[in-house]
Write a new protein. Structure first.
Lengths: 208, 237
């Protein structure tokens, strides 16, 4: 965590934010918010929920800003807060009642890519290069900890140490989980390429 | 031609910035009323806890007095064992309070390792490196009842005296338990247990590796467990 030299702007903004500069907060939000939102979309597989948790994350950051250590990189810390808030929200959702559509079906969540961007129609058609790309649906069925490890390390480029800090795990465990998830995904993509006509990407993604 | 499966991070979809929702009304209201806040200084927190930890053996010595065989025991062993206990206190305390350079939060993994190593190291030290002064050190009868009585006496001291330090540590580190809190709490508990172990090294008249290992150093493990059980719950209040 400490070796990364390119967090000067974030550290400076966070320090100014703690000094009571609202502009620094808005700049920090614009700078870090997209990364956190993308991570939360990956974590929750629900864009609307991720947007809610993003607000909670920055509210918690605001309440806990006095625990910031000047000169430190605030980004892994914000990821940590977001990770915890996201998991709490997922737990609440699991415990809460499920809303059904008027015809008694589960409402369909809007699909998103692994980066958090809304999925474009036809984006994962086998005719394009979709056969080698990954959507959030491809992560269905992966254990939660493997999913987190994969998204943090392979998609968001967090180091193993940072990912361990964010998830409250150890670098070795994160590495192992990310590797297992990656192997599973590679297998799924290979299967998809081998059977492009028989199985649509959507079906592949929903298989667990 | 089919695209091969992804083999590196670059092959996976890169994180494009999705449309960022505007700052919510509740947060915006907080930001509009923002005031400067002092930021945390981990070294100051570690120093505060270190001073509090240092006070425990002093209080014990003043309240109970030194063990009867202290002057007869080999001075080198007394000092070396005390330094080992102090090293255990510092290792666990610093791991629980100081983040790595450039990080905001203490490293939970490092704290967990520190708690485990300190507990195991002091246990081994107590079991295999305890020195008694023949005729001066109180040696318990080799019975189960005598061992349990001595163990219960010193362990109850460990837990009772460790509690204030544990609570203080929890207060100092509050809001810093988002993840890995259990391991940080374990390190704090181990530090508190080792602090009482240091005090017992100077005041407890009972000798024997089994007693020192399982009652004094066992307090380190129990302190860590107490921290793991108590702190996360306490900080939710």
């Amino acid at each position: 965590v400490g070796e990364t030299p390119d967090f000067k702007e974030e550290a400076d903004l966070m320090a100014r934010y703690c000094d009571g500069d609202p502009k620094a907060f808005h700049r920090l939000y614009a700078l870090v918010g997209p990364k956190i939102l993308a991570y939360l979309v990956g974590l929750t597989n629900d864009r609307a929920l991720a947007a809610d948790v993003l607000q909670q994350t920055f509210l918690k950051l605001h309440q806990a800003r006095s625990t910031y250590v000047r000169g430190a990189n605030p980004v892994p810390w914000i990821y940590t807060i977001a990770h915890r808030a996201g998991l709490d929200e997922l737990r609440k959702r699991k415990a809460s009642r499920v809303s059904l559509t008027p015809d008694g079906q589960l409402p369909r969540e809007p699909r998103a890519t692994l980066t958090g961007a809304p999925e474009q129609p036809g984006e994962y058609d086998g005719e394009q290069d979709g056969s080698s790309r990954i959507s959030l649906a491809d992560l269905d069925g992966l254990p939660q900890n493997q999913r987190e490890a994969l998204i943090l390390t392979k998609v968001h480029g967090r180091s193993l140490a940072e990912a361990a800090l964010i998830t409250g795990s150890t670098p070795g465990a994160v590495k192992q989980r990310a590797h297992r998830a990656y192997v599973t995904l590679r297998q799924r993509l290979s299967d998809r390429q081998a059977r492009p006509d028989r199985e649509s990407p959507e079906n592949v993604g929903r298989r667990s | 031609m089919k695209t091969p499966p992804p083999t590196s991070r670059e092959d996976l979809a890169q994180p494009a910035d999705p449309d960022l929702p505007p700052v919510g009304a509740a947060l915006l209201a907080e930001i509009d009323a923002i005031k400067p806040v002092p930021t945390r200084q981990p070294a100051r927190a570690a120093l505060l806890l270190g001073l509090a930890a240092g006070a425990i053996p002093v209080i014990y010595l003043l309240a109970i007095g030194p063990r009867q065989d202290l002057t007869v025991l080999p001075l080198g062993w007394v000092i070396a064992a005390a330094l080992a206990w102090i090293a255990g206190v510092l290792a666990a305390l610093l791991a629980a309070t100081l983040p790595r350079r450039g990080a905001v939060l203490p490293d939970a993994g490092r704290a967990g390792w520190a708690a485990s190593l300190v507990a195991a190291g002091l246990l081994l030290l107590g079991l295999f490196a305890t020195v008694d002064a023949r005729g001066s050190t109180l040696v318990l009868e080799p019975t189960w009842a005598a061992f349990c009585s001595g163990w219960l006496h010193c362990t109850s001291h460990s837990l009772t005296a460790a509690l204030p330090l544990l609570v203080l540590g929890g207060l100092v580190l509050r809001r810093m338990f988002p993840v890995g809190g259990v391991r940080i709490a374990a390190a704090l508990g181990a530090a508190a247990g080792a602090t009482v172990g240091l005090a017992l090294h100077f005041v407890c008249p009972i000798g024997g590796g089994l007693h020192v290992g399982l009652a004094h150093a066992g307090g380190v493990t129990l302190g860590a467990v107490l921290g793991m059980i108590l702190l996360p719950r306490l900080l939710r209040l």
